[in-house]
Design a protein around this ligand. Structure first.
Ligand code: GLN
Length: 499
């Protein structure tokens, strides 16, 4: 943001942290303000758990540390968590009836790390069930202030979806109900909702943030990341979220945390931006194309050079992902059997019947669809034909990126083929939803860091996001690129009317 605003909810994470540290404002005041906003905008369907007592207790502890001069970097700044992260203080449901009211005995590592930097938790945010979806229409959990589950609304146009699966994270940040939120991205769930709601989000390299305590969807793809309004805020949050967690997540990278704010202002002179041909084909809507191309021109003005590159297997990312992700999901979700935790059917005749009824009642349609696909592609006789082939193509997709990175430093293109669609528009057509993931899936399959930044508006005055993809561990490069762009433009500072 270029101009300091007077409303607490218009301040960025960086601005709030500075004011809190200078004791111009207290953590309790900030938390009270955001809690009131969350309550006042319940109609969006964002929060699935709010507890004033818990939040204000955390805020008061922050105020004591701030008074004693022992506050951490983000002391007193609020954050809300996607309800896929388990938390001790709030129920953790992953958007599923299977986990209705479930209380975890521990906090996920990401939540612990952010709290360790002094962040105050405002509550839990809705998401697609087990993070499966692109529209946040697949949640079985009733949001705060409602009496039944509902699709989460996009504050730019409440008749449209906010994207998914971290849809409420994006919607709540865009509506200024929280300065920041956590999200998770398995195939695009941070980048796509960030794009659809006009905010900034980054998914780091696979393994950079611990998956411990993230309710698992597809373990070889799931990755946590921050969603906020600016790249600077994302840098602050990501610095706090990442780092090794070797005892708890076997895929955690053994690499020390980084301070991603350090290189935010680096020059972009001579930066080679790869523009993949396949990301600008027929399927790309004109409004998204022109906003993305305009942003690429802005990057040239900032000193970058555009280099045409090719990611020839882009189209294959859809079938590959929709084999691998369901395969892993079918295995991960086997733990929901009515025995250990979560829902159990009331009436059953024997153990097998209990499993069947519990799972039939507890899972929604999309989750069942994926469990069935996943079980099928892993079954004897089909494993080689589907799962194994998909794994081979996954490797080729990752290799294609390495070929592209020989000619460029980063890759840029659209996040999604269109702007956010209307609620209900694709809800009867799962394949139409899957196809919209085409530009985010490749980086996920390769385990590369990816980011979304607002670059303009398209049809229906809906935000358009641009995707930046870096090579492994190049998060600081992406954040630097995004920050320099945001210093030169104000798309990220626009706000939906009425919020
Ligand atoms: N839309 C994709 C899916 O439904 C991605 C979801 C995600 O990243 N969690 O699988």
């Amino acid at each position: 943001m270029t101009q300091e605003s007077t409303h607490i909810h218009d301040l960025t994470v960086a601005q709030l942290a500075a004011r809190l540290k200078a004791r111009q404002i207290s953590a309790t005041e900030v938390a009270t303000h955001f809690l009131a906003r969350a309550r006042g905008h319940e109609s969006l369907g964002n929060f699935v758990a709010l507890d004033e007592e818990v939040t204000l207790k955390q805020a008061s502890a922050c105020d004591q540390r701030l008074a004693a001069g022992t506050g951490s970097a983000l002391e007193g700044v609020p954050i809300a968590h996607k309800d896929i992260f388990v938390t001790r203080d709030f129920a953790s449901t992953a958007g599923s009836a299977m986990l209705k009211g479930y209380r975890s005995p521990f906090d996920s590592t990401v939540v612990t790390k952010l709290a360790g930097q002094g962040m105050v938790s405002l509550g839990k945010l809705n998401c697609d069930e087990f993070a499966m979806g692109s529209s946040n229409e697949n949640s079985a959990v009733t949001p705060v202030g409602h009496d039944k589950p509902m699709p989460v609304q996009n504050p730019w146009d409440i008749t449209r979806i906010p994207g998914g699966s971290s849809g409420a994270s994006a919607s709540a940040v865009a509506a200024r109900l929280t300065p920041a939120a956590t999200g998770t991205d398995t195939g695009g769930s941070i980048r796509q909702p960030a794009a659809f709601c006009g905010i900034t989000g980054i998914k780091p390299t696979y393994g950079r943030a611990s998956r411990y305590g993230m309710i698992a969807f597809a373990s070889s793809l799931d990755q946590a990341g921050p969603m906020a309004r600016t790249a600077e805020d994302c840098a602050l949050l990501l610095s706090a979220m990442c780092g090794p967690d070797l005892d708890r997540d076997s895929t955690s990278l053994d690499i020390a945390p980084e301070d991603y704010t350090r290189s935010l202002n680096d020059s972009l002179d001579g930066l080679r931006i790869g523009v993949p041909r396949e990301f600008f084909g027929d399927g790309l809507a004109d409004d998204v194309r022109s906003a993305t191309e305009a942003a690429l021109k802005d990057y040239e003005k900032l000193g970058a050079k555009l280099v045409p590159v090719s990611l020839p297997r882009t189209e294959l990312a859809i079938p590959v992902y929709y084999i691998i992700a369901p395969a892993e999901a079918s295995s991960n979700l086997s733990r929901f059997d009515g025995v250990k935790f979560g829902h159990r059917a009331d009436k059953y005749t024997d153990l097998a019947d209990m499993y069947k009824k519990t799972r039939a009642e507890g899972f929604g349609d999309e989750v069942k669809r994926r469990i069935m696909i996943g079980t099928y592609v892993l079954s004897h006789g089909y494993y080689d034909a589907y799962y194994l082939q998909a794994q081979k193509i996954r490797r080729m997709i990752a290799d294609d990126f390495q070929d592209a990175f020989k000619a460029c430093d980063v890759i840029a293109g659209p996040v999604a083929p269109t702007v956010a669609w209307k609620i209900g528009e694709k809800s009867d057509d799962p394949v139409a939803n899957y196809l919209a993931d085409i530009f985010t899936l490749p980086a996920s399959l390769a385990g590369l860091p990816g980011m979304s930044i607002p670059v303009g508006f398209g049809a229906g005055r809906m935000p358009v996001g641009m995707q930046l993809i870096g090579n492994y561990l190049q998060e600081s490069r992406l954040l630097n690129m995004a920050h320099r762009y945001q210093q030169a433009t104000d798309w990220h500072a626009r706000k939906p009317e009425g919020f």
